[in-house]
Structure formats: structure tokens, C-alpha cells
Design a protein around this ligand. Structure first.
Ligand SMILES: Cc1ncc(COP(=O)(O)O)c(C=O)c1O
Length: 382
């Protein structure tokens, strides 16, 4: 499988949670898309039909993987754009509160802080990080809900520790919170879950689920999406609007009555074919359950091997539930170590909070690559 990814030819890659490598099939599809558009005319009737068809096929391919109707998917550029559509689309009232986990990405938190500043909304953080090895995330979240909580923001798979949250239980607990004055919405940052976990969003009971194609799906950077619960289309106002948001079958051009109303205007359409080619490659390898099982088995192998290295401590005290494995080195000079690893062609990353190094396994990572990483780490931290 590794030979299908040109980027993997000359390196030991463990940064799938940052960005996946593009398979050759995706590179070919992207190039083919640009070639087709250029040869038939970048702007013309045939090309206009093509880009609509490409967008439809891409929403359908994504929807199939997530177990939802295509009309609930808006194509975006990345995770953060999807989170912003949900965050800015809520009709905020002064005094509303947003409950956010202490493990969210800085870009998403920055957006929430700006909403708080503009609309006199309050932000509350709940301590999710501490539940990695003990405690119940459902209990912690519900303990922090308040009457004025309007939105809960959390990740499905935590980017810093790899913890997988029991989203269905969390959604049920939040939606049943009896003291709430209004409906409490749930926005999920799905940067680390889409392409990693088998998903059926309908069963999770979440309201907004923002993801990207360029991480675990190994698609091109620049194509992501947002799932919006179909019954919330009227609740969530679009903030950016453009010609792609409109229903041309009606004379007054209203907003389309599905998630396409959150799409705006011209995009790099050939990238869509690239993402579909990546998804197809994964499907050809195996079902989403088999892929996730392999990812987690390889992460477990990595986690076990890391614990054999003296001076290394994994954050997880039990076997990982995802493909992200975070660890600390006694010397604590994680930045320097990651640089030294990259000099030896091993790609990992540092995380600031908690201060650690993160390594990811995909289903096509080999145990030989993991063994080589362990050998290199052992040599470097001696
Ligand atoms: C949890 C999480 N949220 C958001 C992001 C930002 O992703 P994007 O650049 O696709 O918006 C990342 C990327 O590393 C992430 O891990």
C-alpha cells in the first residue's frame, strides 16, 4: 500500500493527524481535472455543468462515509472554516454561554473568543484532558452545563492525547439537560476522527460536525466539509453567502434548502476529484471498521514499543483507542528531539499542551516503520 503514496518513498511518516500524504491516484485525478477544465474551456456551459457535478459527487462520497444524506454536507476548505460556519451562524444573545473543552484547537478557540467579545457571550472551559486515564467525560461535561449554555464545543478524537470521546452518550446527556432555557447545540471538531473512525453521524446525535479531507483521508489540502443536522438548516444562519448558496429553480433566488446554502463561490474544483480518489483507495483496501481496527492495532504496537524505551512515558496508561500516540521524554526537550528525528527522516510533531510528542499510525503504516522509529528514538535519547 505504501507504494501508492509518493511522499512515503523516502521517509518514515507519523504525522497523519497533521496532514496525510496524497496517493498517486489523487494527484492524477487533480491533474486530470485541471487538464479537462483547461481543454474544454475554463468558463463555459460544459465546464459549469462539470463543476456542479463534481461538487455533487463529492458531497455524496463524503455523505456515504459519514452515514448521512448528501444534503446535510456543505463543502468547505478545512476544519476551521466548518467550525466558523456553525459558530457564527447561531443567533447569539448577550448572556449566552459557550462550553468548550480544554483540549480544543487554538484557531477554534480564537474564533469563540471573538464571538464572546462581539456578542457579550461567555466562554466556560471544562477539564477534559484530565479524563484521559480516569474519570468520565460525560459526567464532567454535564457538571459544567448551565441554564444559559447555548453551545458545547468539543472534539471527537482529541488531537493532543488521542482520546476518543463517547459522543453518542455525551450528545444524549447534553440534549437532555433539563435546566437549559434554549436548545443546547453541539459542535464537534472532527479533524482527527474523519478517515480514522468508522462513522455514522446520525447515531451520534451531534448538530454540527466539522472535518477536513487532508488529514486521515489523505486528500488534498483545501477540501473539507461541515455536516449540519438537516432539521437545523433553518436555525443556522449562513454568515458568508454567495452564488453557490442560492436556489436557481425559484425566481427570487432564495437560499438553497440544504447544506449547500453555507457554500459561497468559486473553489479549486479539481481538488474534489482528488479527495474522491483518496476515499476510493481507502474503500478498496477495506471497510471503515477494518481500517480503524488496523490503525488502532498499529497504534497499540507503537504504544507498547515506546514503553520499552527507557526515558519515554506514554500519556495513555492503557492501549490507544485511535491512531494518535502521545509521549513524553524525560529530558523534556521535545522540540529538539522532533528536529533530530526529522533530520533522520522520521516525521513526528510536538504538542504544546500537554508538552509532548505525537506520533500517528495509519492503516498502511508498517511494523517495520514503527521498529525503525523506536530504534532511532532509542539512539537519540541515549
Ligand atoms: C483538532 C484540530 N482542529 C482543527 C485543526 C485545524 O485544521 P484545519 O487546518 O483543517 O482547519 C486541526 C489541525 O491540526 C486539529 O487537529
Amino acid at each position: 500500500m505504501n507504494d501508492k503514496f509518493p511522499a512515503l518513498a523516502n521517509k518514515f511518516y507519523f504525522n497523519y493527524g497533521g496532514q496525510g500524504p496524497l496517493p498517486q491516484a489523487a494527484l492524477d485525478a487533480i491533474f486530470g481535472g485541471y487538464q479537462q477544465i483547461q481543454s474544454q474551456g475554463p468558463f463555459g456551459i460544459k465546464t459549469s455543468k462539470l463543476v456542479i457535478q463534481e461538487s455533487n459527487l463529492t458531497r455524496q462520497a463524503i455523505a456515504l462515509e459519514l452515514g448521512v444524506p448528501a444534503g446535510s454536507i456543505a463543502l468547505t476548505e478545512n476544519v476551521t472554516a466548518g467550525c466558523n460556519i456553525a459558530l457564527w451562524g447561531i443567533n447569539w444573545q448577550p448572556g449566552d454561554r459557550i462550553l468548550v473543552s480544554d483540549c480544543e484547537h487554538p484557531g477554534v478557540i480564537a474564533s469563540i473568543k471573538e464571538i464572546c467579545r462581539r456578542f457579550q457571550v461567555l466562554i466556560d472551559f471544562f477539564p477534559l484532558l484530565a479524563t484521559l486515564n480516569s474519570g468520565d467525560p460525560v459526567e464532567v461535561i454535564t457538571a459544567y452545563l448551565q441554564q444559559q449554555t447555548r453551545l458545547v464545543v468539543l472534539s471527537h478524537v482529541l488531537w493532543n492525547t488521542g482520546q476518543v470521546l463517547p459522543l453518542a452518550e455525551i450528545s444524549a446527556a447534553i440534549h437532555q439537560y433539563p435546566q437549559a432555557t434554549d436548545r443546547i447545540y453541539i459542535l464537534v471538531d472532527a479533524a482527527q476522527s474523519v478517515g480514522l473512525l468508522p462513522l455514522n453521524l446520525g447515531e451520534l446525535g451531534v448538530d454540527f460536525y466539522a472535518f477536513t479531507g487532508h488529514k486521515w483521508w489523505c486528500g488534498p489540502e483545501g477540501v473539507g466539509g461541515l455536516y449540519i443536522r438537516p432539521d437545523l438548516i433553518e436555525d443556522l444562519d449562513p454568515t458568508f453567502i454567495g452564488w453557490r448558496s442560492l436556489d436557481y429553480s425559484k425566481p427570487d433566488l432564495p437560499l438553497i434548502n440544504d447544506a449547500r446554502r453555507y457554500e459561497v463561490a468559486t473553489s479549486a474544483y479539481p481538488l474534489y476529484a482528488g479527495l474522491r480518489a483518496s476515499i476510493k483507495l481507502h474503500q478498496e483496501w477495506g471497510s471503515s471498521i477494518n481500517r480503524a481496527t488496523k490503525i488502532i492495532n498499529l497504534a497499540t504496537y507503537l504504544w507498547e514499543q515506546l514503553q520499552q524505551v527507557s526515558g519515554i512515558k506514554c500519556l495513555n496508561q492503557t492501549a490507544p483507542q485511535s491512531g494518535l500516540v502521545s509521549f513524553q521524554v524525560e529530558s523534556r526537550n521535545h522540540g529538539k528531539l522532533v528536529q533530530a528525528l526529522e533530520d533522520e527522516h522520521f516525521y513526528l510533531r510536538t504538542i504544546v499542551d500537554p508538552d509532548c510528542i505525537r506520533a500517528c499510525t495509519h492503516y498502511f503504516t508498517s511494523t517495520a516503520e514503527i521498529d525503525a522509529l523506536i530504534q532511532c528514538l532509542t539512539k537519540l535519547i541515549k
